[in-house]
Write a protein of this length. Sequence first.
Length: 380
Amino acid sequence: MEKSLYRRPLPPSLVAFASPEGRRLFDEARAAGGMESFFPLIEQFHTQSEPAFCGLGSLVVALNALGVDPGRLWRGPWRWYSEELLDCCAPLERVRAQGITLDELACLARCNGAVVEVARPEADDVDALRSAIAEASASSVDPALIVSYERAALGQTGSGHFSPIGGYHRASDRALILDVARFKYPPHWVPVPLLHAATRAIDPSTGRPRGWVTLRRGERPSSLLFTARVRGERGAEGLSEALASICAAIEVAESEALEPLLRRVFAASATLPLTIERRELATEAHDAAAEALRAALHDAAIFRVIAAIAPEGHAEAATLLALALPPSIWAALPAPAQARWRTLTDPAALPEAVQVEAAHLREQLHGLCALGLAGACRCA
């Protein structure tokens, strides 16, 4: 029978948030202006729902604290971030089994409307982490800070972990970790140099140091009606190879006309480990905007060209995928086809709503391409 577990004692180097010492640190940090981020974060605090969901759980806390509207239904009529909504960069089944990397967390945040800065520590840059902690802790709006660290370096059990930072006690140089695995450890104060050492640990899945991400609320929401989601076991890891196969399909084509080349692109795109899917709409306002987007899409000349080629029922998604693909793919077209493609995709020929939706999807695809394991996502 498997041994059951109920919480772990904190190592002596860490101070429990609710202890007398932890409360003193809280009071002093608040008086010094280092607890401003604590209140929006604790208001939205969430315990990860699966053992490997620490990254998703941390992101749920951060996005809800930043006030990012997912534009998707959670339960009933409510729009709210929960872990099952964070599915655009890595399949939830894989995350449940393996967790996510720092780059995948950043990709998920970008897919969901946040502005993200990724930092990986160097041996002597503890000041960079200290500065990020101080900036995040001093603001009640943004940024939000999520750290990726090795538990063993803090004297804890386990390996890699994610959690938000909820405050900074400048006098003792301690940060407050709001551990999303509350079933294991309570929130606790950790010396910043020790936390920095924990972020320098190598993530065996990427061969790179762990680190931290700074999140800010984006100026625009995620895409209105369509979203990019990875599929299959390899997910984003096979994206660059699949895009290379699309490039190869164009390069060996004998025709210089656009339509035959587009057929080859869509045939090759079946190997892409992602799909362009319609989102579940949350409000009547979303319904009206989505119908306006679809009408504008159908009115575009490029849609009419692709609708005659794409698989039945997939013309909308195929058109937006074509508009979101890296420009290097279309640069491989022969000159006559490329000239026609440029005419069809000229901003003057595309309704603004279509341009905005395609831009959102392009950002999502760019985020997937930015993953360390996904390569550059460009034609050679």
